[in-house]
Ligand binder design. Sequence first.
Ligand code: NAD
Length: 281
Amino acid sequence: MTDTRVTPFNVAGKVCVITGAFHGLGAIIARRLAANGAHVVLGDIRDCTELADELDGLAVRVDVTDETQVEAMMQAAVDRFGQLDVVINNAGVESFDGFIVDMDVDAWRRDMDVNLLGVMLGIKHAAPRMKPGASIINVASLFGLMPIPTLSSYDASKAAVIHLTKTASVELGPKGIRVNAICPTGLTHDSYLGRIEGVDNWLDDWLKLNHQHVDELGHADDCAALVHYLASDDARFINAQAIAVDAGASAGPSIAMIEAATGKRAEWTDDDPMFEAPEPS
Ligand SMILES: NC(=O)c1ccc[n+]([C@@H]2O[C@H](COP(=O)([O-])OP(=O)(O)OC[C@H]3O[C@@H](n4cnc5c(N)ncnc54)[C@H](O)[C@@H]3O)[C@@H](O)[C@H]2O)c1
């Protein structure tokens, strides 16, 4: 029988670890989950005590590239709240903007370490502490689905996160643990993307042009809403997915993009009736 109850993505009482929770998307996810009754554990290389106090959660100082620290964070969640239900591997960096021929190897390694190794360690040390029904959510990127020039180390690390998500979902399936990725695109909060000198101007314009139905950037709240759903039992049948939060950009070039690139109208005819209002009957 169809279940017609209103289900508000219940996360009350769930213990959720969020990495990269000091700033940006991680902090917004933490606020949303806590507002819906979850116990939040805020992991970051920076001190999250203030936000943790506000949300009645736990702050853990962690470098997600350090295995000992990641394991200690997962254990701290269990020690404080008695269980571990949801892990959001969100901490990420974008260390290099430039063409591959100019790639700085240290920057490449940094992106791979934080964005990919960090996610792997999060999965490795969360899963043994989780029970059936648990959910792991990895924050990848639209650029993991479709690359953008000048961000190759970031692109590659996020594509690998998507693949790792699928491997983990297969391995952890028998334990009843779901593993999904979300793939955001440019978000309007004060993020690292805005700190890349000279890149954000064309990047923001390019992103907006690629959106199918809006000409504005997304907001971290758009991603937090999806994370909220994936964390809840309402998403019990959603596994091994990489879900884009990108206003349709991953579908391919938008009409606005085609017209900007070609200087021509994208419709086949000059008087395309498709979008005309129907005549009143
Ligand atoms: N902002 C966007 O437009 C956008 C788009 C696509 C994907 N993303 C992804 O979303 C996630 C969050 O991005 P954001 O924009 O909120 O970034 P942000 O720079 O605002 O925040 C990242 C957080 O991660 C923390 N962090 C960095 N290195 C760490 C480490 N080694 N260990 C622990 N914590 C560390 C930082 O201290 C910071 O609090 C990232 O994975 C990013 O790649 C963001």
